[in-house]
Design a protein around this ligand. Structure first.
Ligand code: PAF
Length: 293
């Protein structure tokens, strides 16, 4: 596997495969790689000739400087994992290499960014779009791979592809979970052992919500999920948020049409319905989702 830090080297490495008509895949990541990322790389490996994995913590998609500063950076370990997963190229650029000029581009995604993460992270999806367009321009992949944990991001990326008319297939891959159900995330490494031990209650609650959806309305299920999480107790004081006096602080739980991402009122409102949740636990923001229909 080649580790490449510059745009010029990346172009040189891709020139021959491109001329020879090889299919090139892109797996964009921000590093701190876990089995979830590796599942994307394994899938890309089986479907393409060349697999490029970008490892770049994209500053312009962070609306919170503290979140950017705390984002885990583990490049050496990441490159080892990528080599084991048989990626062909790890593209690890600096911020200056990715953005030699100040970035002025702004992308809009209409109603799909007016819900859930959109209003809570102003500028986030535009920042994601800027970096992805840059990566798409450099790599010119036939396919790009994304994890379904960031469900709204996939809808945004599909919309971006429509806006810029690039012939790139967006491949959405299922969430990879730990044995206890917690969705794998780079942020999990910021959980204390006690927080990590209780975190699976998020997915357990979502699973129970699917059971409840067989007899309860959308509004009832929504309220039940939020109440259930807020009422989970612990004797461990380190888990309690001193402001809210709760262990879990859900930021939102929305039950939405899986294509438009607009909230549904009835289970019959759409063929595909998912529940998307963001929960704070000991200062760590965790995201998960589950399919209802
Ligand atoms: O999902 C992520 O890790 C990032 O948003 C992405 C797609 C790599 C863009 O920086």
């Amino acid at each position: 596997m080649k580790i490449i830090n510059t745009v010029a080297e990346l172009q040189a490495a891709l020139a021959t495969p491109r001329q020879n008509g090889k299919s090139i895949a892109l797996v964009p990541t921000m590093g701190a790689l876990h089995e979830g990322h590796l599942s994307l790389i394994h899938r890309a490996r089986t479907e393409n000739d060349i697999v490029v994995v970008s490892v770049f913590v994209n500053p312009i998609q962070f609306n919170n400087p503290e979140d950017l500063a705390k984002y885990p950076r583990t490049v050496d370990a990441d490159c080892q994992k990528l080599a084991s997963a048989q990626a062909d190229i790890a593209f690890v650029p600096s911020v200056e290499e990715m953005y030699p000029q100040p970035v002025n581009d702004v992308y809009h995604f209409g109603p799909i960014e007016e819900v859930m993460e959109g209003p809570r992270r102003p500028g986030h999806f535009s920042g994601v779009a800027v970096v992805l367009r840059r990566l798409f321009d450099l790599v010119q992949p036939v396919r790009a791979y994304f994890g379904e944990k960031d469900f709204q991001q996939i809808a945004v990326v599909r919309n971006l592809i429509e806006q810029i008319h690039y012939p790139i297939e967006i491949v959405a891959c299922p969430i990879v979970r730990a044995d206890d159900g917690l969705a794998l995330s780079s942020r999990n490494m910021r959980l204390s052992p006690a927080a990590r031990a209780i975190a699976p209650r998020i997915y357990a609650t979502l699973q129970s919500a699917v059971e409840r959806s067989k007899t309860a309305s959308v509004a009832e299920v929504k309220e039940w999920v939020l109440d259930t999480l807020r009422n989970i107790n612990s004797d461990d004081a380190t888990l309690i948020n001193p402001d809210t006096h709760t262990v879990f602080d859900p930021e939102y739980f929305e039950i939405v049409n899986d294509t438009t991402l607009q909230p549904v009122n009835e289970w019959s409102d759409a063929d595909g319905i998912v529940g998307c949740i963001t929960v704070w636990l000991t200062g760590v923001r965790l995201i998960d989702m589950i399919r209802f229909r």
